[in-house]
Ligand binder design. Structure first.
Ligand SMILES: Cc1cc2nc3c(=O)[nH]c(=O)nc-3n(C[C@H](O)[C@H](O)[C@H](O)COP(=O)(O)O)c2cc1C
Length: 358
């Protein structure tokens, strides 16, 4: 029976333990979208994780839409990321870059006044995090079929930049209501071309991205994140079990590093009525990472019950840079500070105390 502290090989990425740092947008990159020294310090502090999944990172200007988030579409950003990968590797850690296109939940303020793009002209519910504060989401422009190969190429270029910057791999962000999730699920995808309608059609874009990125950098360096039970921003699907089972069956054709499923909202331990993750675990033959509301004990249970091969932690890693040590020693966790969660500087970011080493 595997322990959280056992090593595991995720495709081509050998990691020291099964405690994964979930991707966490912390908005410290500033207007340039270039990763900086403060971010390198933050990630280095957390290098004890078996694998760090970076905060979501825009693959193109079109895919950007969160003030302060970093990007990976120009040389300066690629250079900036080298500081982070170097710092994590010097501490013996591993790190992958989460590839992000926000689709309809970007905002014209990030798009030189143009509409953000989506599978269909259907607005999300909620508001965008613009430089001037929260603004309601707008009705997006439906992408032309002819534009989709260009978006696939944007994923490929960002993945190639990630490898050039020293990342161990990438995680394709197909969760949380962003572009690829918008294509996968029927509420946001009402297209009439070969990218909409049937499950096979709705899965076409995400599979094209997986295949192109895998061919470019290696399937063993490519992971994917999905969130079949997350329904905010108006996300939803007519038959999530059928959709995500079909996706798992399609992904079995590639030797990916892993599939990563976010099951719940932060710190919510209650389980949804339809547990899509179980059907996905059953259908998928490769490494399976779960996330959402876990602590050390429940994460070990997930491994012991063969629900997952590794577990990702979000909030706990924000407040506990030495989370692996704390779980091992079964000691108290730091509390998350209200300040600095989604933006700011040092406070609530790199100032969480470590356990005393005595
Ligand atoms: C501050 C914050 C930022 C987040 N940023 C991202 C992100 O960039 N990409 C992503 O896929 N999920 C993001 N999430 C979701 C987390 O990865 C994770 O799924 C969520 O916190 C649930 O796990 P937990 O209960 O262990 O915190 C974020 C969550 C929080 C609280």
């Amino acid at each position: 029976m595997p322990s959280l502290f056992d090593p595991i090989v995720l495709g081509d990425i050998a990691v020291a333990n099964r405690i994964i740092m979930a991707p966490l947008t912390r908005s410290r990159a500033g207007a340039s979208r270039i990763p900086n020294d403060l971010m390198a310090e933050y990630y280095a502090q957390r290098a004890g994780a078996g694998l760090i999944i970076s905060e979501a990172t825009a693959i193109s200007p079109q895919g950007y839409g969160w003030s302060g988030a970093p990007a990976m579409y120009n040389d300066e950003q690629q250079e900036g990321w080298k500081k982070i990968t170097r710092a994590v590797h010097e501490r013996g850690g591993k790190i992958v870059l989460q590839l992000w296109h926000m689709g309809r939940v970007s905002h014209p303020d990030f798009q030189e006044g143009q509409l953000p793009v989506a599978p269909s002209a259907i607005a999300a519910t909620g508001s965008a995090n613009t430089p001037e504060g929260k603004k309601p989401y707008v009705t997006p422009r439906a992408l032309e079929t002819a534009e989709l190969p260009g978006i696939v190429q944007d994923y490929v270029r960002a993945a190639q930049r990630a490898i050039a910057a020293g990342f161990d791999g990438v995680e394709i962000h197909a969760a949380n209501g962003y572009l690829l999730d918008q294509f996968i699920r029927s509420h946001s995808n009402q297209r009439n071309d070969q990218y909409g309608g049937s499950i096979e059609n709705r899965l076409r874009l995400v599979i094209e991205v997986v295949e192109a990125v895998g061919n470019a950098i290696g399937f063993g360096r490519t992971g994917i994140r999905l969130s079949p039970n997350i329904s905010y921003n108006g996300m939803g699907d007519a038959d999530p079990v059928a959709t995500y089972t079909a996706l798992m069956q399609a992904l079995n054709a590639y030797d990916l590093a892993y599939v990563h499923v976010r099951e719940t909202l932060p710190n919510k331990t209650e389980k949804p009525e339809i547990w899509v993750g179980t059907a996905m675990r059953d259908a998928y033959q490769g490494n399976f990472i779960v996330n959402g509301g876990y602590d050390g004990a429940s994460a070990q249970d997930a491994l012991s019950q063969d629900k997952a091969d590794a577990v990702a932690f979000g909030m706990l890693f924000i407040a506990n840079p030495d989370l692996v040590d704390r779980i091992r020693k079964n000691v108290d966790m730091n509390k998350t500070k209200a300040n600095g969660l989604y933006a700011g500087g040092v406070e609530g970011y790199t100032d969480y105390p470590l356990l005393r080493q005595d």
